[in-house]
Design a protein around this ligand. Structure first.
Ligand SMILES: [Zn+2]
Length: 196
């Protein structure tokens, strides 16, 4: 009988230990805020030129929608935008719009992503996915970068840089998409090459 009670105590102790460990592990994961590394990315520029959907765009879209749904700060426009930028280092840099009571101080999702990437040492990029929509619905409509963002993108990207706009349902499934090259959104652009 005594052995049985001791055995139950040990079992309870082990259960508490397991609970503490899983709690600690989940907190550690929750604090992971750095860029997400994805593997085996080798974007095929011919495929990009053909405007086909590439497998890598799935992960970028999920990251952009996550930013749109969970992090966008848009108490004034109520229009939530997320962006996911694939760096040449194969990391995904994410961004959301961050508005401000002094309206012009707000920053777009695309620029947030670029600022995060550049401030972490990445200056070359492979693709950008943008997803945005009004706050009264989940998912996204086609949300093209604004004029300022197009110029901000031009600073670090070549004219054939792919910009992908996604229309997604509330479960994050892509219903349709548009793939533009940067120079289609910003014709005859002014870039760093003009100042050399
Ligand atoms: Zn913008």
């Amino acid at each position: 009988m005594r052995n049985l009670i001791e055995g139950k105590k040990r079992l309870a102790f082990a259960a508490v230990l397991l609970l503490c460990f899983s709690l600690f592990a989940s907190l550690a994961l929750a604090e992971e805020t750095g860029p997400v590394q994805i593997k085996n990315v080798a974007l095929n520029m011919e495929a990009i030129a053909s405007r086909k959907w590439l497998p890598e765009y799935d992960q970028l879209t999920a990251a952009a929608l996550n930013m749109r749904n969970n992090f966008s700060y848009a108490p004034y426009s109520h229009y939530h935008v997320g962006a996911a930028l694939l760096g040449a280092d194969d990391k995904i840099y994410t961004g959301c719009n961050v508005e401000n009571a002094a309206y012009p101080v707000g920053i777009c999702a695309e620029q947030t992503a670029f600022v995060k990437a550049v401030s972490e040492g990445c200056r070359k990029f492979k693709a950008l996915v943008v997803a945005g929509s009004a706050s009264d619905r989940k998912g996204s409509d086609f949300c093209a970068p604004c004029g300022m963002c197009r110029q901000a993108i031009r600073e670090f990207c070549d004219p054939d840089f792919p910009i992908i706009l996604v229309e997604a349902d509330e479960n994050g499934a892509v219903k349709s998409y548009k793939i533009y090259k940067l120079d289609e959104l910003l014709v005859d652009s002014f870039g760093p090459n003009h100042l050399k």
